[in-house]
Design a protein around this ligand. Sequence first.
Ligand SMILES: Nc1ncnc2c1ncn2[C@@H]1O[C@H](COP(=O)(O)OP(=O)(O)O)[C@@H](O)[C@H]1O
Ligand SMILES: [Mg+2]
Length: 231
Amino acid sequence: MAEPVIEMKDVWRVYAMGEEEVQALRGISFKIEEGEFVSIMGPSGSGKSTCMNMIGCLDRPTSGDVIINGRLTAEMTETELAELRNDTVGFVFQQYHLLSTMTVLENVMLPLRYQGIPRGERRALAEAALAQVGLSERLKHRPHELSGGQKQRVAIARAMVTKPRIILADEPTGALDSETGKQVLALFREINEKDGTTIVIVTHDPGIGASTPRCIRILDGNIASEEAENV
Ligand SMILES: Nc1ncnc2c1ncn2[C@@H]1O[C@H](COP(=O)(O)OP(=O)(O)O)[C@@H](O)[C@H]1O
Ligand SMILES: [Mg+2]
């Protein structure tokens, strides 16, 4: 059997807050296979962002194993973690995090620069990613000239332009109206089916949880329940 692209084994993350400690994750375990489309759903404060930071190699557990793309993150240096992150994970955020002084095309070309890809090739890859999200007509626009849904499409193009194995999205529809949110989810679905990219969406919205083939529910830093549905 293929090894999972994401594996969490009894993962704890405890934040020190002065004298107090916050147990944000309390022994979470799950596996996500290559090509899955999964939501991680829970109320505010349940540990979703902490979990996403583990998967995205932005943070390491207090105890337990986080294995991304077959690598145990606890054993890696900061530099190795950054490399794993750049090569393996594309991020999408609620507030898009686009650079306002750059055009749409430049925003999408940017991650390729960190991979040392020559400029001409960067441009062709970015144009292809923007075509895939339906924004070929907006290459020279700046982020403030776009609607919320269009900005999120640019952010998705930027996340996928490096062809990562995993796309991680934290509340990607949180700032959008429900119709636009549905279109963004449909776009993730299309990328998942077409490119085979593993997609993990973090959300507090039960409607999104119900619309993905698999939903991992978390509550107070624990797995609350998990069910496969609507496959
Ligand atoms: N850097 C931090 N320092 C201290 N406590 C934190 C930190 N980040 C998150 N927490 C706490 O950990 C818990 C889980 O937070 P988080 O993972 O952000 O939840 P969610 O994304 O589900 O809202 C919350 O109680 C939060 O206050
Ligand atoms: Mg959060």
